[in-house]
Design a protein around this ligand. Structure first.
Ligand SMILES: *[C@@H]1O[C@H](CO)[C@@H](O)[C@H](O)[C@H]1NC(C)=O
Ligand SMILES: *[C@@H]1O[C@H](CO)[C@@H](O)[C@H](O)[C@H]1NC(C)=O
Length: 304
């Protein structure tokens, strides 16, 4: 019996290696055919590319998605033109008289003037039409969340002021927490005063494309953003279980030889609501264990 099993296993192995060989040959042949035939196909009169020449085309090729992902996991993205020029001027006028020395909340809810955060801040009135439209934009960006869950705060760094390494999420227990942050630049005249993420290594990302160096500081190993007026950095603070991510530690570097005024746009959401809205892949990700029958009936069973 055992011998038969061994034999069939050997046969299976043979069959598998034959199949692999065939597959490899077919793939190579296919690739060669594609390489040889593609130029002909593209230049044939029926192919759309035949009427397309750079600089001489009636095709509208100006589609310009403006989000660049810095890191898939943890999720960090650069969004250009998040706050328009007119909105920036408006928000600076609105926010300036409201600014107060930054306070931080202790875990018990009490507030203290912060040693670690020497900047000045102010939450902006949520009924203001421009603030509301920023909140709506932030909510829509995240897949039509509720603008009521978005807090908009202006933050101003004078020369030398900074916000040392910290997290945007609150420590538990709490039923709401800040699932995400946008940090938008309204105005920046300081040098080397971006946002630093000490647990994220930017080296590999920028190594492959120098365009990154417009928005991140390529001189540094640790991810450090450059301040681009109107641009926002977006990142997730919580994981799918609503726990604060340790790798999202960050700092607002000291404003050197100038000022920096930014906009914090936080999504402070009920953690149950976060689950109900399926922000991290919904129920199936955590609770759904598909049966063999389910996989088969959906054509999801791997062959062999
Ligand atoms: C430019 O486009 C026109 C119209 O589609 C076409 O007739 C012409 O040959 C094109 N010229 C080049 C250099 O591709
Ligand atoms: C960052 O990544 C580069 C390239 O993989 C590596 O050489 C370097 O040691 C890393 N730096 C840190 C601080 O992890």
């Amino acid at each position: 019996m055992a011998k038969t099993d061994n034999n069939s296993a050997t046969q299976l192995k043979k069959a598998t290696s034959w199949t692999t060989l065939h597959l490899t040959l077919f793939t190579l042949l296919g690739a060669l055919t594609a390489i040889v035939l593609t130029p002909y196909a593209l230049s044939s009169p029926g192919h759309p590319a035949a009427s397309y020449a750079p600089g001489n085309s009636t095709l509208d090729t100006l589609a310009n998605p403006k989000i660049k992902i810095i890191s898939f996991d943890p999720f960090i993205a650069h969004i250009s033109d998040f706050v328009s020029k007119d909105e920036r001027e408006y928000l600076l006028k609105l926010g300036n008289p409201l600014l107060k020395k930054s306070i931080i909340k202790n875990d018990d809810g009490s507030e203290v003037i912060s040693e670690a955060r020497t900047s000045s801040t102010a939450f902006l009135p949520e009924e203001d039409p421009v603030v509301l439209s920023i909140a709506q934009r932030a909510a829509d960006f995240q897949g039509y969340l509720s603008p009521g869950d978005i807090d908009v705060q202006i933050t101003s760094y004078n020369p030398g002021q900074q916000y040392k390494h910290h997290y945007d999420w609150y420590t538990p227990p709490r039923t709401r927490n800040r699932v995400s942050t946008f940090f938008a630049i309204l105005k920046s005249t300081c040098e080397n005063c971006g946002t630093e993420f000490p647990f994220i290594n930017r080296t590999e990302r920028a190594q492959f494309d120098g365009r990154w160096c417009d928005v991140i500081d390529c001189e540094k190993e640790l991810l450090t953003t450059k301040n681009v007026e109107g641009s926002a950095l977006f990142w997730l603070n919580l994981d799918g279980n609503g726990e604060g991510r340790i790798d999202m530690l960050h700092a607002g570097l000291p404003a050197v030889n100038g000022d920096k005024i930014g906009l914090n746009v936080w999504t402070d959401i009920d953690l149950q609501e976060m689950k109900r809205r399926g922000l991290f892949g919904g129920q199936s990700r955590h609770y759904f264990k598909p049966t063999k029958e389910f996989l088969e009936s959906h054509g999801l069973m791997k062959e062999g």
